[in-house]
Design a binder for this molecule. Structure first.
Ligand SMILES: C[S@@+](CC[C@H](N)C(=O)[O-])C[C@H]1O[C@@H](n2cnc3c(N)ncnc32)[C@H](O)[C@@H]1O
Length: 202
């Protein structure tokens, strides 16, 4: 299994927000960029009415997700699928349009090219049911401004590693949401200067 120190720290704060959107009834969830699989196993176990589909683009992540599923025996977590967020939703494992309640994306946008963020919003816009939610977590620029200084430094270090990486701005995300039939409904402050963003499908 991949090491997941950050996921270990943020899994409970994320779950606390997610519970508000996972409803009492059955919920179909697609997690894009599930990484180690720790969030998938932890949240699916805590939300037994959810049917959780984890995915990632990296074969090592897919192995790790499968290992977490096996080790934690989470019965409402499906085997992971290969999904590249930069590619069309039609390649995302055969999910039909308008059938998902939740699309979840944790800590991917700032460590991938912009086309991955664009693909995430396009795919979520098609696959979510009306009223469904795109739930994202990570560090963001808010209305053109990054704060505090530690996030400014983090953004610089990401852009030095890869000029296509870096904190995404909520103004841009709002535009992408609106272009794909969603709206930014809520921003939740999270520990360590992160946020959960809630985008609602109209
Ligand atoms: C920082 S890790 C976060 C993993 C996990 N969500 C977490 O918070 O522990 C970023 C993840 O994004 C995935 N990723 C990067 N580009 C992607 C893409 N184009 N499509 C899907 N996943 C991608 C990576 O493989 C990696 O698992």
């Amino acid at each position: 299994m991949l090491r997941a120190a950050a996921a270990e720290r943020n899994k409970d704060p994320i779950l606390a927000v997610l519970r508000e959107y996972a409803g009492p009834g059955p919920v179909r969830v697609l997690e894009v960029a599930a990484g180690s699989g720790l969030h998938a196993a932890h949240c699916a176990r805590a939300l037994p009415r959810a049917l959780w589909q984890p995915s990632d683009v990296d074969p090592r992540a897919l192995q790790s997700i499968a290992a977490f599923r096996e080790a934690m025996q989470v019965h409402n977590m499906l085997p992971p699928i290969h999904l590249d967020a930069s590619q069309s939703w039609e390649t995302w494992g055969g999910t039909q349009p308008g059938t998902l309640d939740l699309v979840i994306n944790i800590n991917m946008m700032h460590v991938s090219e912009l086309r991955c963020t664009q693909g995430l919003f396009k795919g979520a816009g098609v696959l979510l049911k009306p009223g469904g939610v795109l739930f994202t977590y990570g560090p963001y620029a808010i209305g053109g401004r990054i704060s505090p200084q530690s996030n400014v430094d983090f953004d610089c270090s990401l852009r030095q590693r890869n000029p296509g990486w870096g904190l995404r701005d909520t103004d841009l995300l709002q535009q992408l949401a609106e272009a794909n039939g969603m709206c930014l409904e809520r921003m939740v402050d999270m520990p360590a200067n992160n946020k959960c963003l809630i985008f609602r499908k109209q």
